[in-house]
Design a protein around this ligand. Structure first.
Ligand SMILES: [Zn+2]
Length: 248
């Protein structure tokens, strides 16, 4: 590879640096997560500006630098600019990209995850950003190899539709009440497990047709949060902001 290379990138983090620069975290189709610097981009005259905003999907020309690679050209593909106009959607989008940032190591490409993230950002503009986030969470787990086993109790094979289940992060799937050893946390009904299966298998663009009750949403949110925290070994900061905001 020469000094210059092109990437199809999503801007997942942007921090001000120095007088007028920004350090960007990019999630790229070709190389996974990479850091790059956009020089002079905070000047109003910068031609890079449009392509390096948060959540922008852009084609970038990067120059291999000594420590950080340098953005030398940017062309916006889709800005997802309207995410910035709605506080709730903005916080959901921030949560989604922070989760991605935490979950993936640098320079490990995953084209399916790249495409899933782009599609999720687009779907966040629709009617049910909460459910879109749940879909992103479970698909992220799947694409990183942490897909929970959801076809019945992992231990005794008790089938869904009967009794109570628990999502066991350590075991990597659901267990029935009898096999759970008297636990009380991460209780999950068969209906919610069906929703999880659906979120994994459905055409994402049909997500707004999925009926999910308020009780199922609570179970889903809690179960996936615990599962993610166990497997990623990190708490997602934006989740706190999100929770504070949704309660208002
Ligand atoms: Zn069992």
């Amino acid at each position: 590879m020469g000094k210059l290379y092109r990437v199809d990138a999503l801007i997942i983090r942007a921090r001000d640096f120095g007088e007028a620069d920004k350090i960007l975290t990019l999630y790229t189709k070709e190389y996974g997560k990479i850091q790059a610097i956009a020089k002079g981009v905070r000047k109003p005259t910068s031609r890079l500006r449009g392509g390096v905003q948060m959540f922008a999907h852009s084609r970038l020309l990067l120059y291999r630098g000594r420590s950080l690679d340098i953005v030398s050209q940017s062309e916006s593909v889709e800005s997802y600019g309207s995410l910035q106009e709605d506080l709730v959607r903005l916080v959901y989008a921030s949560y989604l990209v922070e989760l991605l940032d935490i979950a993936v190591p640098e320079r490990e490409p995953n084209e399916n995850l790249f495409l899933t993230t782009l599609l999720s950002l687009r779907l966040l503009l629709g009617d049910d950003p909460e459910l879109v986030c749940r879909m992103f969470e479970i698909r992220l787990l799947y694409l990183l190899g942490y897909r929970p086993y959801l076809s019945g109790c992992m231990i005794c094979r008790q089938v869904l539709g009967t009794g109570t289940f628990f999502l066991d992060s350590k075991a990597g799937g659901i267990v029935c009440a009898k096999c759970s050893g008297g636990r009380v946390e991460n209780r999950i009904s068969s209906g919610t497990i069906f929703v999880m299966q659906k979120l994994l298998s459905m055409d994402p663009r049909q997500i707004f047709r999925l009926k999910v009750s308020p009780e199922q949403r609570i179970e889903l949110e809690k179960a996936l949060e615990n599962y993610l925290e166990y497997h990623l070994d990190r708490v997602v900061k934006a989740k706190k902001v999100l929770k504070g905001l949704i309660k208002i």
